[in-house]
Design a protein around this ligand. Structure first.
Ligand SMILES: *Cc1c(COP(=O)(O)O)cnc(C)c1O
Length: 360
């Protein structure tokens, strides 16, 4: 077999283990998953209804342009319809950006550690990865700017990032953009936007689109809107950049059920506002619980917390799994003494804290 040599450089992505697998493997009846930053609540009744209605028409291909959703988001975000691009999750938008802008041997700048899809997808297109270490759990945007050379095509900024959970301040972003060559694409990944938007010093990168041709801002329905299993995300950019992304897209990349669900989710604002409030309150509760246990942690501007573990995080994650609590071992990111826990339902969070206490 002759193989694309870029593909051989990729370490396959290992996700959080599914609940059914942990039940099977450890013979457990009750397992909870707090490992993949999913929303623990089901979609709103309106979303479920929209999905059922859309299911009747799945004999047809979906609308490749996502017309209805595009109109709705264009109104909400105050961008022109042709500035939007839709993806099979925002993961696919990352892939489209790399396809559209990066040739073999070009450079892509990202933080280390950062979202694994940036490095996997960059490697797949033969890019040179320039990874700039975090300072603690924060971006070092000054160092990232220094890492930009004539070869750089894209800089990925998680706003906020995963697994760090932090975001660069608005001032740091402004300094970063100042004097940056206009042909370098700055890709802001706002998967956790709804959780971060009210944080002090947070800059919504959508506000940077006006007058700048080189910004892409990606968002998703996988996190607050709880549609991770349907795979739908989107991005806004200047119209010429959106056009290039659109060329790099598979024709029917977003399913009809996903489009209907996303549109209904946007319209069910009250439901998701309530869920956001619950999750933030639960996040505070988890932080208080960790303090009671004497554990250091970093609360993300997201729906997850990085817990510092006195010892091997891998070991702790395995022990928790045997108790039926799936969290994320951070060793794949090089954060060996951390475990990442996603904010769950009130009952799940209680069980997590109880299990941690038993471990200690
Ligand atoms: C979860 C996540 C995404 C979104 O992934 P989807 O493909 O939209 O499900 C994107 N970026 C980061 C940093 C994430 O954590």
């Amino acid at each position: 077999m002759k193989i694309n040599r870029n593909i051989l450089k990729i370490k396959p992505y290992v996700g959080g283990k599914p609940i059914a697998e942990v039940k099977r493997e450890f013979g457990l009846a009750r397992v909870i998953k707090l490992a993949s930053n999913e929303n623990p609540f089901p979609p709103s009744p309106g979303v479920l209804k929209a999905m059922a209605a859309a299911a009747r028409d799945v004999n047809r291909y979906p609308d490749g342009s996502c017309y209805a959703l595009r109109q709705e988001l264009s109104r909400r975000l105050k961008v022109a319809p042709d500035q939007l691009v839709f993806g099979c999750g925002s993961d696919e938008i990352i892939v489209m950006a790399l396809r559209a802008f990066v040739n073999e041997g070009d450079a892509v700048v990202m933080a280390k550690p950062s979202f694994l899809v940036y490095s996997i997808a960059s490697t797949a297109v033969g890019a040179t990865l320039v990874e700039v270490p975090l300072k603690g759990l924060s971006y070092d945007l000054a160092a990232m700017k220094k890492a930009v050379t004539a070869k750089t095509r894209i800089v990925f900024i998680g706003n906020p990032d995963n697994p760090a959970g932090t975001f660069p301040s608005g001032d740091a972003i402004a300094a970063f953009l100042k004097g940056l060559p206009a042909d370098v694409i700055v890709f802001f990944d706002e998967a956790y936007f709804e959780f971060a938007r009210d944080e002090k010093d947070y800059l919504d990168a959508m506000t940077l689109l006006k007058g700048r041709g080189n910004i892409i801002v990606a968002r998703t329905f996988s996190k607050l809107f709880g549609l991770a299993g349907l795979r739908i995300g989107y991005a806004a950019a200047s119209a010429p950049v959106a056009d290039l992304l659109n060329r790099a897209r598979e024709p029917f990349n977003v399913t009809s059920i996903a489009q209907a669900a996303a549109l209904a989710a946007l319209k069910d604002e009250a439901y998701y506002t309530r869920i956001l409030k619950i999750l933030k309150r639960e996040r505070d509760g988890l932080c208080a619980g960790l303090e009671r246990l004497g554990l250091a942690y970093s609360r993300g501007a997201t729906n997850f917390i990085q817990v510092r573990w006195p010892g091997s995080g891998t070991d702790a994650a395995l022990k928790l799994m045997k108790k039926g609590v799936i969290v994320r071992d951070m060793s794949a990111w090089g954060l060996k003494d951390y475990i990442r826990v996603t904010v769950g339902t009130p009952a799940e969070n209680k069980r997590f804290l109880r299990s941690l206490k038993e471990l200690l």
